[in-house]
Design a protein around this ligand. Structure first.
Ligand code: SAM
Length: 250
């Protein structure tokens, strides 16, 4: 997948793609990362990319021309099936289903904001979609863009070594992930739920399904709105709420 990122702090993006799963994806060519420094497209000696807002007000605004030249450069290298997005608190909330959907594209270009944001005319002219990572403000678009790109790239073939692990993650079936445990079996008088040590795969699956449903019900009931539970799911939930599913001791 072609990934273009337009930013005034390109090193943040490049550094992230040197470690972990994203580092391996870049090294193995599963993603073709291209970072465009907006300052390279400024036309004055000071490499100016921002200016004061018309109408007054605090802060600075990213200028149309350097941004548009950087995006044009990113598009020139990109495959035909490439979309241009921008990260902004005013965008649509980015979700797992968006990540899965956009992982089908041949290419994606994301533009990172700074300061007070962008000249609106740039958005109107060059941007296909706007994404927010939540209802709070961070200082720049690099972290939001990396969060979205990581979530998308995880869904590309061969990026995550164990393909099952992306199928098991939170949100995929509208529920949160089940609780996980690892060695040792007993720590600070806390035991691992005995069913996980039983070797009974069907019992393990039932335990996990019930735990996942319960956690979602308790923490994110909004995810379950509109869900019709199967007969099995109803039984699992009833069992778990009655305390039968709790087998951990202190
Ligand atoms: N003045 C803008 C507003 O109130 O909407 C906030 C600008 S913010 C300080 C600078 C840049 O960080 C934004 O242009 C955007 O690219 C990025 N950013 C900040 N918070 C974000 C969020 N929640 N989601 C996505 N991008 C965000």
């Amino acid at each position: 997948m072609y990934v273009g990122v337009v930013s005034v702090f390109p090193e943040i993006i490049k550094d992230y793609f040197t470690v972990g799963i994203m580092g391996r994806a870049a090294r193995e060519g599963l993603v073709d990362l291209n970072v465009f420094d907006v300052r390279d497209y400024a036309y004055d000696a000071h490499k100016t990319v921002d200016d004061r807002p018309y109408g007054g007000g605090p802060g600075m605004v990213l200028m149309y021309e350097p941004l548009s030249l950087a995006v044009k450069a990113a598009k020139r290298k990109a495959p035909a099936d490439t979309e241009v997005g921008l990260v902004s608190p005013q965008g649509e909330i980015f979700e797992q289903r968006t990540a899965i959907d956009k992982s089908q594209l041949d290419g994606i270009i994301l533009v990172c904001g700074r300061y007070e944001g962008f000249d609106e005319r740039f958005i109107e002219e060059f941007v296909d979609f706007e994404w927010s990572i939540g209802d709070y403000i961070v200082s720049g678009g690099e972290l939001p863009a990396l969060a979205c790109l990581d979530a998308i790239i995880r869904n590309l073939p061969a990026v995550v070594n164990n393909a099952q692990s992306i199928l098991d993650e939170s949100f995929l079936d509208g529920t949160l992930d089940y609780p996980q445990y690892t060695r040792p079996e007993l720590v600070d008088s806390l035991e691992v739920p005995s069913v996980l040590l039983s070797g009974n795969h069907s019992a393990v699956n039932s335990f996990r399904k019930a735990a996942s449903l319960r956690k979602t019900y308790e923490r994110r009931p909004d995810l379950l709105v509109g869900t019709t539970f199967s007969e099995d799911e109803r039984k699992l939930l009833a069992k778990y709420f009655s305390g039968e599913g709790e087998q951990r001791k202190r």
